[in-house]
Design a protein around this ligand. Structure first.
Ligand SMILES: Cc1cc2nc3c(=O)[nH]c(=O)nc-3n(C[C@H](O)[C@H](O)[C@H](O)COP(=O)(O)OP(=O)(O)OC[C@H]3O[C@@H](n4cnc5c(N)ncnc54)[C@H](O)[C@@H]3O)c2cc1C
Length: 399
């Protein structure tokens, strides 16, 4: 069986190596548009701060892939899928046949359609080339503006500050990371990052990026111009679904798949951030890897292969700042809060119908696993409600 896996991010690489191990006689080829060996995208933030170097990010060397039975071709973007011929065409015009095709195309960073948005010095934050470009431009003492105060924007801001940049984060809402944090935790985080020299323009909207031949400033809706030698847009992502749409596969926000991660064409699977399952796309690495495993099982002929979404959990990877959040923190819910002002510890639990549905931890995240387990299991929490906010240590062993 010839299996082509397109996209050498975490989902595609996991899928290719597991397939080669699981399916005897499978000829597995992994095609990646990026020139690099498969690397840990999640750790790009450590590369930016200087806590890691590029070799430290590589997850699979060429020899290891070959030994695992995977033929890896970097710098090979796929331009079209011919479903009738069961073949793909690469951007260089090469035609490669498949019996099973796995699309692991990830997402692309969104760019706001702003005047000046394509000036040199305006960057996205998605891949190794983006970080290389930031490091080239980030001369110590320079000024950087990060548009977007979500998780990625804050990690970019901290990384650039670590490189000696004077950084301002422009965020449209009243507090950063509003998808993961409530107002109190977001305010604490903004204060902590402010102490490290990162300024916030918040709430504020970017109206234009200004400069002559190179970015010079970011213009806000209140009229202010923030001087900038470098602008990073961290305003969200769009699943890469165009290749599948052009091949006539159903596409919503992502490539539509069933529980086994199969598209409408039984020979074609989609996994990771490019896939849309039950109307939802994912944005984290853990579910992307689980989806890869499910696709492998299905291709290996296991009829029971099913992907079931679990509660999302996200942590900010900034040393000295413990921030973690999981589940639903936005819907109607009862809340239990613990706030130790002096220690800068804060936690808020969200309960619905006697179940823990969401959680925000700031300052002390040691109980993250405990709460994630409670959210995932949906166990009733009434018997331990009085002590729930104090975490695992205060619970009876059976709880
Ligand atoms: C800086 C940063 C920090 C992050 N931190 C975290 C974190 O702490 N925790 C977490 O869970 N998630 C984090 N994420 C998100 C996480 O990286 C993604 O969820 C994960 O990478 C998704 O994996 P994927 O394989 O689906 O897609 P991707 O990693 O995007 O990989 C897709 C690959 O497919 C390639 N491709 C696309 N089109 C083609 C084509 N036509 N032909 C060939 N190749 C193609 C792309 O070049 C890319 O290399 C972070 C992301 C970034 C950018």
């Amino acid at each position: 069986m010839r299996v082509l896996v397109i996209g050498a991010g975490p989902a595609g690489t996991r899928c290719a190596t597991r397939l080669a191990a699981r399916v005897p006689g499978a000829e597995v080829t992994l095609l990646g548009a990026e020139a690099a060996l498969p690397y840990d995208r999640v750790r790009l933030s450590q590369l930016l701060t200087g806590e890691s170097d590029i070799p430290g990010l590589i997850t699979h060397e060429l020899a290891a892939l070959a030994a695992a039975g995977v033929r890896f071709r970097p710098g090979t973007a796929v331009a079209a899928i011919d479903r009738a011929a069961r073949a793909v065409r690469t951007a260089r015009g090469e035609v490669l046949a498949y019996d099973r095709l796995v699309l692991a195309l990830g997402s692309s960073a969104l760019r706001l359609p702003l005047p000046g948005g394509d000036l040199p010095g305006v960057l996205a934050y998605r891949d190794l080339d983006d970080v290389r470009a930031m490091l080239r431009l980030a001369a110590p003492g320079g000024r950087a503006v990060v548009i977007g105060g979500g998780l990625l924007g804050l990690e970019a801001a901290v990384g650039l500050a670590a490189r000696g940049q004077r950084v301002t984060v422009v965020h449209a809402l009243d507090w950063p990371m509003e998808r993961q944090l409530d107002r109190v935790a977001g305010g604490l985080l903004a204060g902590r990052l402010g102490g490290r020299g990162i300024a916030f323009a918040m709430p504020a909207k970017t109206m234009a990026i200004e400069g002559t031949g190179q970015v010079e400033a970011v213009r806000l809706d209140d009229g202010r111009a923030l001087p900038a030698d470098l602008v990073v847009q961290a305003v969200g992502v769009r699943p890469n679904a165009a290749l599948a749409a052009a091949a006539g596969l159903p596409v919503g926000r992502g490539i539509v798949v069933d529980d086994a991660m199969r598209t409408a064409d039984p020979a074609i699977y989609a996994i990771g951030e490019c896939a849309e399952h039950a109307g939802r796309t994912i944005g984290l690495v853990a579910p992307a890897l689980q989806q890869a495993e499910v696709a492998v099982q299905s291709i290996a002929g296991e009829a029971a292969a099913r992907w079931r979404p679990a509660a999302d959990a996200a942590a900010l990877k900034v040393s000295g700042t413990a921030v973690w959040s999981a589940g639903d923190i936005a819907g109607e819910a009862e809340a239990i809060t613990l706030h130790d002002d002096d220690a800068e510890h804060y936690r808020r639990l969200f309960l619905r119908e006697d179940r823990l549905v969401g959680c925000v931890l700031y300052g002390d995240t040691a109980d993250a696993g405990y709460y994630l387990d409670l959210i995932g299991s949906g166990r009733p929490v009434a018997p331990i409600r009085h002590s729930l906010v104090f975490g695992a240590a205060l619970q009876p062993v059976a709880a």
